[in-house]
Design a protein around this ligand. Structure first.
Ligand code: CP
Length: 337
């Protein structure tokens, strides 16, 4: 595997091999599978889990990593093709990516949506262009439309808690947030659950449908993997028999790139803060999932995050295990079974 940009690009055997090796690495966390290998970490945006888990994972397998954070100790980078670079950005990724590839065996890059133009962000072209510029293996650590390492960790988390694949009921719920957010995590969670063969309900208030291209892809995955896909604004209906509620906020597509207009629409839905009462019709051991970071008592109530349903820390822990598995896969190391 040379590039990892989206979970849906994996075939079944790659996916199962990655998950199996992640479980092995969870039991035996250290080794020398990455000895002599160097990983370049390029973060165009902030992070807690992704950065820490990548650095920790490389170190635990005896590799080395270096971190570039444009604008914070290294040059600001331009990503737009054909840009007239008379602003803050000093260097273009057209040079920066091949240069970093001279120093590293693998590049791992975080580059979020710009949040200005919906069609541009849905095309997810920036990360794909960066991957094309890299002659070395390349991992997306979240792009405009995909957070594949999170999706892989979430898949493992569902397996860890014996959440059924076929027949499992997965609710992806919109939740309140003070700012308009991108589609990378909800699209990845949706696609992950559908690739797992689950029946998925997208629960959202009026006006907050996921963009049609995201839903069109999801429908294709539902048909391919045998799951169902429905959308509703009725909480009790959505949550009936649910095994999982996965919460995330996302922008209203009709107001994409217009934060003031979007905020007015979002202000009507402050009651979309996930509470324990949402689970009254769910499966008895239904789990609460969120990729983190999360705003307590805006998006999710303390009672849920601090209660027994919450598996948010386990999801974050699984980031470490699956990313180590991915690095070994892409850099050709060995992990004893
Ligand atoms: N879930 C996730 O990617 O967390 P960070 O943004 O903190 O890396």
């Amino acid at each position: 595997m040379k590039k990892f940009l989206d979970l849906v690009d994996l075939n079944d055997s790659e996916l199962e091999r990655l998950l199996k090796r992640a479980r092995t690495l969870e039991r035996h966390p250290t080794g020398d599978a990455l000895a002599g290998k160097t990983v370049a970490l390029l973060f165009m945006n902030p992070s807690l889990r992704t950065l820490a888990s990548m650095q920790a994972g490389v170190s635990q397998l005896s590799g080395a990593s270096f971190l570039i954070q444009p604008g914070a100790g290294s040059w600001k980078l331009e990503t737009r093709p054909g840009a007239v670079m008379d602003g803050d950005a000093v260097e273009h990724v057209r040079e920066a990516i091949p240069v970093l590839a001279e120093y590293a065996d693998l590049l791992a890059v975080r580059c979020f949506a710009e949040g200005k133009d919906l069609a541009t962000d849905l095309a997810d072209g920036t990360i794909r262009a960066m991957a094309e510029l890299s002659p070395k293996p390349f991992i997306s650590l979240e792009s405009a439309l995909s957070h594949p390492c999170q999706a892989l960790a979430d898949w493992k988390t569902l397996d860890d808690f014996d959440i059924p694949r076929a027949g499992g009921r997965f609710v992806l719920s919109w939740a309140n947030h003070p700012k308009a957010l991108a589609y990378a995590v909800p699209a990845s969670a949706l696609n992950m659950a559908l690739c797992r063969g689950m029946n998925v309900t997208v629960l959202r208030p009026e006006g907050f449908d996921l963009p049609e291209p995201v839903m069109a892809r999801a429908r294709t995955l539902a048909a391919r993997h045998g799951g169902a896909l429905v959308t509703t604004d009725k909480r009790d209906e959505a949550m009936a028999g649910a095994h999982v509620l996965y919460a995330k906020s996302w922008s209203a597509p009709s107001c994409y790139g217009k934060p003031e207009e979007e905020a007015e629409l979002r202000a009507l839905h402050r009651d979309w803060c996930i509470a324990e009462s949402w689970f009254k019709k769910a499966s008895p051991n239904a789990k609460f999932m969120h990729c983190l970071p999360v705003r307590r008592n805006v998006k999710v109530a303390d009672e849920v995050l601090d209660g027994p349903r919450s598996v948010v820390v386990k999801e974050a822990a699984n980031r470490l295990h699956v990313q180590k598995s991915l690095l070994v896969e892409m850099l050709g190391g060995e992990v004893a079974p």
